[in-house]
Design a protein around this ligand. Structure first.
Ligand SMILES: [Zn+2]
Length: 308
């Protein structure tokens, strides 16, 4: 497999208050893990800045204008209890969008079989008109719509294994059956959404997990709820909202996954990408707040993307 990696130094300039878990060191830790020779073949690319017009695929103009108006010229500005912006945050967020869209373009142009985007800020909590949970723009949702608009595909599946429910992605596609949204997440946990009963237009598949869930139960949920939904949907593209905060070391949740679980889930999704979407798979970093858990889980995920 040809696997491309997008990242950019601007992602390190999206700053947070001291002690905030969603910190630039997350990407530094991942970068160190990717220095291993396993990753010599990775096609490393500098992420491009996204066109602000593409933000409007998932959010209205007034929302983009509002985010822009909240960016401080110095210091930090708080959007909600845990979502903060600094002077370079808009550039970082637009570059996260740009990399997600470029990744979609790459897999459709055949420049790569699959792509991992190591970006900040994350996106899956950003609803149509609400920035929250460390997220400004919903990168996965924008990339899905970009695939439909720029590449003419019908069906996009977004699989979200971040330990938190992707309320934003669910909100954006709740009445849009052209996008399948499948999520495994701890419940109860922030943001509180993600019950099995939330099914949208039949395109929302939530697989909530009890605190304390380990590998076996996670794999059962993935096998019994996520994978059959993908099989019947037959997506033209698979996008992963790849958070690594379901790792056992993560300080924000109580799910006990290990690196091998992310390797396994990646392989399962690559199998579906091979069957339905000519291997096209785009994976976007979401959460993951223990530096070691994040770095080694993401490395296992990327190594599997390269291996096939
Ligand atoms: Zn998360």
């Amino acid at each position: 497999m040809v696997t491309r990696l997008y990242t950019h130094p601007i992602y390190l300039e999206h700053l947070m208050p001291a002690g905030h878990p969603e910190r630039p060191d997350r990407l530094r830790a991942l970068e160190r893990a990717l220095e291993d020779e396993t990753f010599d073949r990775l096609d490393r690319q500098l992420a491009p800045m996204g066109d602000p017009e593409t933000v409007l695929y998932a959010h209205p103009q007034h929302y983009l204008d509002n985010i822009r108006s909240l960016i401080p010229s110095e210091g930090l500005a708080r959007i909600d209890g845990d979502t903060t912006v600094s002077p370079k945050s808009l550039d970082a967020a637009l570059t996260a969008v740009g990399a997600a869209n470029a990744a979609v373009d790459d897999v459709f142009a055949g420049r790569a079989d699959n792509v991992f985007v190591a970006s900040r800020p994350p996106g899956h909590h950003a609803e149509k008109v609400t920035a929250m949970g460390f997220c400004l723009f919903n990168n996965a949702a924008i990339a899905a719509r970009h695939a439909q608009k720029a590449h003419g595909v019908e069906r996009v599946a977004i699989v979200d294994w971040d330990v938190h429910h992707g309320n934003g992605t669910q909100d954006i596609f709740y009445d849009d059956p052209s996008v399948l949204y499948c999520s495994t997440h701890q419940m109860p946990l922030y943001p509180g959404t993600g019950a099995k009963s939330e099914t949208g237009a039949g395109n929302i598949v939530n697989a909530p997990l009890d605190p304390g869930t380990g590998s076996e139960t996670f794999r059962d949920a993935f096998t019994s709820r996520v994978l059959p939904s993908i099989d019947s949907f037959q997506p033209d593209l698979i996008i992963i909202s790849a958070g690594f905060d379901a790792h056992r070391l993560d300080p924000l949740a109580e799910i006990n996954l290990v690196e091998d679980d992310f390797d396994w889930a990646t392989a399962e999704l690559m199998d579906r990408a091979g069957r339905f979407s000519n291997n096209r798979l785009v994976s976007l970093l979401e959460g993951g707040y223990d530096l070691e858990g994040l770095a080694f889980s993401a490395a296992a995920h990327i190594a599997r993307l390269m291996k096939g």
